[in-house]
Design a protein around this ligand. Structure first.
Ligand code: PEP
Ligand code: MN
Length: 335
């Protein structure tokens, strides 16, 4: 960490800061020139907040050199993390996994139709929300436990792994029996009680969607909560961020995939459905995700999107999903 003092900082302000840092166990190296007064703070600085040091009188600016996350960092673990979901299903092993299903679990027939389509396309993981974190309290909130039971039935019959969203730490006890992968939604990326619980109370993989206004660093710090709790099975998911652009529901930050690959050893997947909000864009955005090195995609599909309980406009019809899988296989053979 580098601390730059103000031009007019007094000797006592400098010594106040230096003794604080020394008390905390850091060594402080004066690297000032004639023009600028600068100190290097040496030690494990991830527990210090830059704004805390900026509260000291005489401090002009504090710049972090060490990353604030550790376990999620590529510096901590150089090789890619491969996550085992079930027998023969891995994420992060170089395969491009497709997870697909409706936004919300609606009924057994719809889920069976979707599951049959997944099996036909050799897709191994089904998604579906049973507890939905809806922006409005008047929107469909999900089937709850009944939805979990439908997911379980379908997953057994069609041998699929289940991805479903968790919205409260108290749900782990119930969900543990029904899910193969927990999904933390964009609205809960900074629900630290939830992240801590998923770190401590389960070893099942956790998909952490990027908060809609989260920086990549904040997103990796959310992963750090789960890792630090003791669960190493974290998958990151870029699902679009809020920008000034209104044409699409969110803006897919495709470069974030490359950034995460550089900064972290964790697998990263893309959700082109929530990123764009438009079914027409999903196939091409999935191909783009593959090209930038994502470990997979999570996609909303529905046999009858016009009738979907939620997110119909961004759900692919099954025939369009067939095409997406075909195109993905094609691009894999050439790229
Ligand atoms: C979802 O996957 O249906 C969902 C609500 O996603 P997000 O948290 O990315 O909005
Ligand atoms: Mn959705």
């Amino acid at each position: 960490m580098i601390v730059q003092m103000k031009k007019n900082a007094t000797k006592s302000q400098v010594s106040n800061l230096v003794s604080f840092l020394k008390e905390k166990g850091f060594s402080v190296k004066d690297v000032s020139s004639i023009d600028v007064k600068i100190f290097g703070v040496i030690g494990d600085t991830k527990s210090i907040n830059t704004s805390h040091l900026e509260a000291f009188e005489g401090v002009y600016k504090v710049v972090r050199v060490q990353k604030p996350y550790k376990l999620a960092s590529r510096d901590f673990k150089a090789e890619n993390t491969i996550i085992k979901i079930k027998e023969d299903i891995y994420v992060g092993d170089g395969s491009f996994q497709i997870i697909a299903g409706p936004c919300s679990v609606e009924d057994i027939n719809t889920m069976e139709q979707i599951a049959e389509n997944l099996v036909k396309n050799n897709v191994k993981m089904i998604r579906g929300g049973a507890f939905k974190p809806r922006t409005s309290p008047y929107s469909f909130q999900g089937l709850g436990l009944e939805g979990l039971k439908i997911l379980k039935e379908v997953s057994i019959k069609y041998n699929l792994a289940v991805v479903t969203e968790i919205i409260s730490p108290t749900q782990i006890e119930v969900l543990e029996e029904y899910v193969d992968i927990y999904q933390v939604g964009t609205r809960n990326m900074q629900n630290y009680a939830l992240l801590e619980a998923l770190g401590k109370q389960t070893k099942k993989p956790v998909i952490i969607k990027r908060g809609m206004s989260a920086t990549i660093e904040e997103w990796l710090l959310s992963a750090e909560y789960v890792l630090n709790g003791g669960n190493p099975n974290v998958i990151l998911c870029e699902r679009g961020i809020r920008t000034f652009e209104k044409y699409t529901r969110n803006t897919l930050d495709i470069a974030a995939v490359l950034a995460v690959k550089e900064l972290s050893h964790l697998p990263v997947i893309v959700d082109p459905s929530h990123a764009s909000g438009k079914y027409e864009m999903i196939e091409k955005l999935s191909l783009a995700s593959y090209v930038v090195g994502a470990d997979g995609v999570i996609i909303e599909i529905h046999p009858n999107p016009e009738r979907a309980y939620s997110d119909g406009a961004q759900s692919l019809k099954l025939s369009k999903f067939d095409s997406l899988v075909k195109q993905t296989n094609k691009i894999k053979s050439v790229f």
